[in-house]
Ligand binder design. Structure first.
Ligand SMILES: Cc1ncc(COP(=O)(O)O)c(C=O)c1O
Length: 443
C-alpha cells in the first residue's frame, strides 16, 4: 500500500493534530465486519470502542441495511418544516414508548451536539415563556456535551474552548462527582456528597432566580467514566426541584442500553425533564439524534405563533435516519441486549478490576458496558501517567490490533453489545500485553 503523503491527504480530521497524525502514517479503515475493523493493509482490529461508542450492534446488520435501502426507494427525503413524515412519527412514538411515556415529546436532530443544543435552547425559551429571568446553565467540570457553541460552552474541557472565544455567556461548571480524585479531598461516604451539595451553593452564588438548566451526563464518558455515588442524583434532583431548575441528562453515550438499562435515568427513581440522545440511536448508519422532553415543557410552547420553538435544521427527522433508528431500537429490544449488557458488563468489570494489581493502573471503573482504566505514575500519589508513556501505550494497543478510545490518562472501553465473552477475554489479554510492554520499555 502506497504511503499517504501530506499532499494527497485532504481530510482535515476532527480533534486531530494533523502534523503528528500524518507523520504517524494514519490508520485508514477500509472495511468492517461485526466487531472487527480492517485497515487498508488488511490489519484487523478488535473494536472495543463500538467505533465511536455508537456501533453497539456491530457492523453489517442486515435488517438495518435492508430497511434503509427500502426507505431510500420509498421516501428518500422529506422537509421537517411544517410537514411530517411517517418514519419520523413512527420513531418518535417508539422513543416515547421506550421510556414508558415519561418523556412524551421528541425533538429530532442530527447528532449528540445538536440534541444538547436543542435542549439548552428549549430550557432558555421555556424560562422566558414562564416569565422568569432564568437563562444560566450549570454543568460539570470535565463533562463533554458536543461541539456547537452552546454544547461547547456547557462542556467542561477548558482546553477545547481556548481558541473559540468569546464563549456564550451564562454557562457555569461545578466540580464533578469524581471519587477517585475527590475535588474536596474527601472520601465517600464520609464526604456527605459534598459535590452534589455544591450545586445549591453555586445556585445561591449565581442568584436563585437565574438558573434555567442543570445539565449532566449521568455517567461521564469523555471525562473518564465517572460514576456518581447513588445519593448524588437524589441531592441534585431535590435541589433542582427546590429552585425550579430544569434537569437535562445528556445520554448521548449512556442511551440505548450502554449502562445496563435502556436509559441511565432508569437506574434512578427520578426522570429528568429532558434527555439528549445520539450515537447508538442509529448504530452508526445515519447521523441522527433526539431530545426527549417532558409533556409539561412542550405544553408551554403552545399558543401564539411567537411561542413556537424557532430552531431546526434541514436534515432533522430525515426519514432514512429515522428508519435506521427504528430498526436499531427494535434489534436492541428483540435480542434483549440491555440485559446482555448488564450480565456481560458485570463479568468484564470483574476481569478488568484485576488490572489494579499493576502499579501504573490507578483506578478501574465501569457500569454496564462502559469502562475506564485510569493510568498513573504511582498508585499512592495518583500522579497521572505522563503523556509520552500514555502515547506509547495507545500506539501499542493499536499495534496489537485493539481498537479503543483514550482521553488524557484514561483508556475508555465501550464493547459492542453483541460482543461474545471470548472477545472480551481477548481484549483483556491485549490490554495486559500492551500495559506490560509499556512498563518493560519504561523501566
Ligand atoms: C456525552 C456526550 N454528549 C454529546 C456528544 C456529542 O455528540 P456528537 O459527537 O454526535 O455531536 C458526545 C460525543 O462524544 C458525548 O459523549
Amino acid at each position: 500500500m502506497k504511503k499517504t503523503t501530506k499532499e494527497d491527504y485532504c481530510w482535515w480530521n476532527p480533534f486531530t493534530q494533523m502534523e503528528a497524525f500524518l507523520q504517524r502514517s494514519p490508520i485508514i479503515i477500509d472495511k468492517a465486519e461485526g466487531i472487527y475493523l480492517y485497515d487498508t493493509n488488511q490489519k484487523r482490529y478488535l473494536d472495543m470502542s463500538s467505533s465511536m461508542w455508537n456501533v453497539c450492534l456491530g457492523h453489517n446488520q442486515r435488517t438495518i441495511i435492508e430497511a434503509i435501502n427500502k426507505q431510500y426507494m420509498q421516501l428518500d427525503f422529506s422537509s421537517p418544516f411544517r410537514a411530517s413524515n411517517s418514519k419520523a412519527l413512527e420513531l418518535t412514538k417508539k422513543l416515547t414508548n421506550t421510556c414508558q411515556d415519561k418523556l412524551k415529546k421528541v425533538f429530532l436532530t442530527c447528532n449528540g451536539s445538536d440534541s444538547v443544543e436543542a435542549g439548552i435552547k428549549i430550557a432558555r425559551q421555556y424560562s422566558g415563556l414562564k416569565n422568569t429571568k432564568k437563562n444560566k446553565v450549570i454543568s460539570l467540570i470535565n463533562s463533554y456535551h458536543g461541539v456547537s457553541y452552546g454544547a461547547m460552552a456547557a462542556s467542561g474541557f477548558e482546553e477545547d474552548k481556548k481558541y473559540f472565544k468569546p464563549i456564550p455567556e451564562g454557562f457555569i461548571q461545578i466540580p464533578q462527582p469524581y471519587c477517585y480524585r475527590c475535588p474536596y479531598n474527601k472520601t465517600y461516604p464520609a464526604c456527605n456528597i459534598e459535590c452534589a451539595r455544591f450545586l445549591e451553593k453555586e445556585i445561591k452564588k449565581q442568584g436563585e432566580d437565574t438558573i434555567a438548566l442543570f445539565l449532566m451526563e449521568p455517567v461521564m464518558g469523555m471525562g473518564g467514566i465517572i460514576i456518581p455515588p447513588a445519593e448524588y442524583y437524589d441531592i441534585i434532583f431535590d435541589t433542582c426541584k427546590k429552585y425550579q431548575i430544569l434537569i437535562m441528562f445528556d445520554e448521548v453515550t449512556t442511551g440505548f442500553g450502554r449502562t445496563g438499562k435502556m436509559f441511565a435515568f432508569e437506574h434512578l427513581k427520578h426522570t429528568p425533564d429532558m434527555v439528549a440522545l445520539g450515537k447508538a440511536l442509529s448504530n452508526g448508519y445515519f447521523p441522527i439524534g433526539a431530545t426527549l422532553v417532558k409533556d409539561e415543557i412542550w405544553q408551554e410552547f403552545l399558543g401564539d405563533d411567537e411561542k413556537r420553538f424557532n430552531h431546526g435544521s434541514t436534515y432533522f427527522g430525515h426519514p432514512v435516519g429515522c428508519t435506521a433508528a427504528i430498526e436499531t431500537i427494535t434489534i436492541i429490544q428483540q435480542e434483549d441486549l440491555v440485559n446482555k449488557v448488564k450480565g456481560e458488563g458485570e463479568y468484564f468489570l470483574k476481569q478488568l478490576l484485576e488490572l489494579k494489581n499493576i502499579p501504573i493502573v490507578g483506578d478501574v471503573r465501569g457500569i454496564g458496558m462502559m469502562f475506564g482504566i485510569e493510568f498513573v505514575e504511582d498508585q499512592k500519589n495518583k500522579i497521572p501517567l505522563n503523556k509520552a508513556t500514555m502515547l506509547r501505550f495507545i500506539s501499542t494497543c493499536y499495534m496489537y490490533g485493539l481498537w479503543a478510545h483514550f482521553a488524557g490518562n484514561c483508556m475508555l472501553i465501550f464493547p459492542p453489545f453483541i460482543c461474545k465473552r471470548e472477545s472480551l477475554d481477548t481484549a483483556l489479554t491485549l490490554i495486559k500485553k500492551a500495559v506490560h510492554n509499556v512498563i518493560r520499555k519504561s523501566g
